[in-house]
Design a binder for this molecule. Sequence first.
Ligand code: NI
Ligand code: NI
Length: 138
Amino acid sequence: MVRRLGISLDEELVARFDRRIEARGYENRSEAIRDLIRNALVEEAWRGGASGDRVAVVTLVYDHDSHALAQRLTHVQHEHFGAVVASLHVHLDEHNCLEVLILRGRGDEILRMGEALVATRGVKHGRVVPATTGKEVV
Ligand code: NI
Ligand code: NI
């Protein structure tokens, strides 16, 4: 069941929105607006009760020449092995590694784990991206 909505928006806001969705490759405004709403719902779900079943994606870029760092990152993952659903390791060049982890579990736990990994000294770049199990969005 689909409902059509009429939305009143400031002209300048529409112009900016159109430029943004064109740059991002959306075919129409509806899909772009649906994504904005879904993002808001996922964010809300994380905010609302981080204790539920959640999924997050963590990216880490680091220099593997630091053995202590590589060991530390692996250690944290083994400590929380139940939360690491999948991991991908790419050797970017002679020194740099990219690791992508999919975490699933209690929101507060996987968030803390992801943030601890990102905050580990020597990690050059890291992000924790809250995703969704798909249940809280349509
Ligand atoms: Ni291992
Ligand atoms: Ni590597």
